[in-house]
Design a protein around this ligand. Structure first.
Ligand code: HEC
Length: 163
């Protein structure tokens, strides 16, 4: 009987250890599926864990003052949530279209450039933080915007609280 109990106890402990180990490794490196996002309308791409980290840091440093948590403080109608990005013209829910936005941002209907009032490569003279960003930096920032909703779900962009 005691042996049986011991066996139970041991398997219980191993399960606990296994569980703790799995959650720890999940937290440090997000799995491939989460790091895989649309590159353009037809292709997807898997960012490396380093790109994900870099994208997060650059986004916080460059965009968070207005877009913390995926919302747009100065215009809550145009957030960075999945739905708003998908419904923009052109759709901004891929890496390439987001990189394009950071180079030359447009109104939600895509008709006019808003580079004069939105940070961009084109307006780097008036937005100093945009001056040092490389093509790969823009790529990782776009990746961050597309990966966040997969991690924090509806918290990214504030969910439905603005509707
Ligand atoms: C000074 C405040 C400010 C900063 C800083 C800022 N944005 Fe924005 N962003 C806005 C505003 C305001 C809008 C809404 C523009 C509009 O369509 O009228 C917007 C819109 C966007 C959109 C379009 C969203 C959609 O649903 O179509 C994207 C993408 C975006 N910003 C990305 C970024 C990125 C990436 C950065 C950092 C490199 C950044 N923004 C920095 C204010 C800011």
């Amino acid at each position: 009987m005691t042996n049986l109990l011991k066996t139970f106890y041991r398997s219980f402990i191993s399960l606990l250890v296994l569980f703790a180990f799995n959650s720890a490794s999940w937290a440090s490196t997000l799995d491939d599926a989460i790091r895989t996002v649309p590159l353009n309308a037809t292709k997807t791409v898997t960012l490396t864990p380093e790109q994900v980290k870099r994208g997060k840091r650059l986004f916080i440093n460059t965009c968070s003052v207005c877009h913390t948590g995926g919302i747009t403080k100065t215009n809550p109608n145009v957030g960075l949530d999945t739905e708003a990005l998908a419904l923009a013209t052109p759709a901004r829910n891929t890496i390439e279209s987001l990189v394009d936005y950071m180079k030359n941002p447009t109104t939600y209907d895509g008709l006019e450039s808003i580079a004069e009032i939105h940070p961009s490569i084109r307006s780097a003279d008036i937005f100093p933080k945009m001056r040092t960003l490389t093509e790969d930096d823009l790529y990782t920032i776009a990746g961050h915007i597309l990966i966040q909703p997969k991690i924090v779900a509806e918290k990214w962009g504030g969910g439905k609280i603005y509707y």
